[in-house]
Each structure stands twice: as C-alpha cells, then as structure tokens.
Design a protein around this ligand. Structure first.
Ligand SMILES: NC(=O)c1ccc[n+]([C@@H]2O[C@H](COP(=O)([O-])OP(=O)(O)OC[C@H]3O[C@@H](n4cnc5c(N)ncnc54)[C@H](O)[C@@H]3O)[C@@H](O)[C@H]2O)c1
Length: 247
C-alpha cells in the first residue's frame, strides 16, 4: 500500500464511532499504521481498518483518567515503533439550561473534552519530541468561536481546546505541529436525540450548506493535517463546518 502516511503510526482517540472511526479508517487508507482507543467497543473500527489492508490494534482507555491515559501510552510504547500522529476525537456533549445543570455533568464535559485533550496530547507530544517531529490534531468545534445557550459546558470546553492547541503550537514548535479541526454539525451519535433536543437538531441545519457534514469529510482534513502537504501549518483551527462559522 502507498499513501501520504505510509510508514507513519497514528493514534486516534474516540475511534469507536463517528469522526474518530472515520478518521482511523481514512488514516489506514493513507497508509498509516493505526492505533485506536475508546471507552467503547472497537471491533467494528478495527475491521474497517483491516479492510483497508492496514494493521491496527486497539487499546481501551478513558481519556479523562490520568492513570488510564498513562497505561495507554505505556502499552503504545511497548508495541509501536514511534508515534507520528495523534488525532484526539474523544468527546461528549451535554445540553442543559445552566441554572438546572448538575455540577457533576459540567465536570464530566470538561474532564473528557479539555482534561482529556491535555492528558492525551501531552503524552503524545512526550513520545514525539525525542524524534523532533509529530502532528497533533485536536477536535474542537464551530462552538469554539461562538456561544450557544444551554450548551455552556461544551462551548467552554471547546473554546479552551483552541487555547490549548495554540499554546502547544508555540511551546513545541518547530518540532511538533499542533492544529485543531473545528467541525460544524456532523452526522454522528453526538447529534442523536439522546444528546440533543429536536429544536437544536433542526437549528443545526440552518447553515449555508443546509446539511449535516459526514464524518468522512472531517477525516480527510485530519489526514491532510497529518501529511506532508501541511508542513507549514501550525496553531490553526480549521473549519469543516458547512459555513456555520466564518472565523
Ligand atoms: N458531531 C458533531 O456535530 C461535532 C461538531 C463539532 C465538534 N465535534 C467534536 O468531534 C469529536 C468527535 O465527535 P463525534 O461527533 O464523532 O461524536 P461521537 O459521540 O460519535 O464519538 C465520540 C467518541 O468519544 C468516545 N468517548 C467519550 N468519552 C470518552 C472517554 N472519557 N474516553 C475515551 N473515549 C471517550 C465515545 O465513546 C465515542 O466513541 C468530539 O470531540 C466532538 O466534540 C463533533
């Protein structure tokens, strides 16, 4: 197999579904060896990667838990030659009027979306630095740029992910390139009725391109940011959003 990521090893979090699964498969198609992690079952993702003719292994982990992330990277170090790419897709959303929110729900969103990005990103960079190269891609959101009533914790976490990305882009330049993808509404479980009210599911379509994006459309941007054509890009939030935000 040949591709822009031939010989590279990519770690994809949140790879059990949605954008993470599509990204893992797209990375494999581009020739990467793919390591996938999630809290949920990864068998379907691993078969999708193998169908591309690429190797894959799965390591379960909770990105919000420091011990779990340490175990993930210890396992990765034992099994893999060298980590070249991280795409951090694990995330959760929670819709609730702020005055009714339980603080535990606020904490969980921040723990997965922000603490998880810090824990996983930092360990990935620690493994990349000795080789003086690496690509880190964090999943932020179009809600990294604007507010949304009843999604305060999610919006705050995604604003913070951009701050983290920009800080790391400075701190680890020129060796490690750090960027974010800021999707608009993407057709994944995150937009399912259990996660979002019907009102917001409809309002999400009120964007210039008038449709939900597909996870594969985000995945291709991750492959681009991980590849040789993106060698002069760092510290950027790349919108894949159907025009929902023009930042
Ligand atoms: N779908 C959208 O419209 C949209 C829009 C903007 C940003 N995003 C972001 O893109 C990323 C991927 O979202 P998605 O749409 O694929 O959602 P998804 O719900 O389909 O997938 C998220 C994955 O993260 C995993 N996960 C959740 N908590 C975890 C934890 N503590 N440890 C490990 N894994 C965990 C889930 O098991 C799931 O497989 C998220 O960061 C999300 O905030 C999504």
């Amino acid at each position: 197999m040949t591709g822009t990521l031939q010989g590279k090893t990519a770690l994809i979090t949140g790879a059990g579904g949605g954008i993470g699964r599509a990204t893992a498969i797209a990375m494999a198609r581009a020739g990467a060896n793919v390591v996938v992690t999630d809290m949920r079952d990864l068998a379907d993702t691993v078969s999708g990667i193998e169908a591309e003719g690429s190797g894959a292994f799965a390591i379960p982990a909770d990105v919000s838990d420091a011990a779990s992330v340490d175990a993930l990277f210890a396992d990765l170090k034992r099994r893999s030659r060298k980590l070249d790419v991280l795409v951090h897709c694990a995330g959760v959303i929670h819709e609730v009027p702020s005055l009714d929110a339980h603080i535990q729900d606020f904490d969980r969103v921040i723990a997965v979306n922000l603490r998880g990005a810090f824990l996983v990103g930092r360990e990935a960079i620690r493994q990349m630095l000795p080789h003086s190269s690496g690509r880190v891609v964090l999943l932020a959101s179009d809600l990294s740029y604007e507010g949304r009533a009843t999604f305060a914790a999610y919006v705050a976490s995604k604003h913070a992910v951009l701050g983290l990305m920009r800080s790391w882009a400075l701190e680890f330049a020129p060796s490690i390139l750090v960027n974010a993808i800021c999707p608009g509404p993407i057709d994944t479980e995150m937009l399912d009725a259990e996660n979002m009210s019907e009102e917001w599911r409809q309002r999400e379509l009120d964007i210039p391109l008038r449709r939900y994006g597909q996870p594969e459309e985000v995945a291709e941007t991750a492959v681009f940011l991980a590849g040789p054509s993106a060698g002069f890009i760092t510290g950027q939030g790349i919108g894949v959003n159907g025009g929902s935000v023009m930042a």
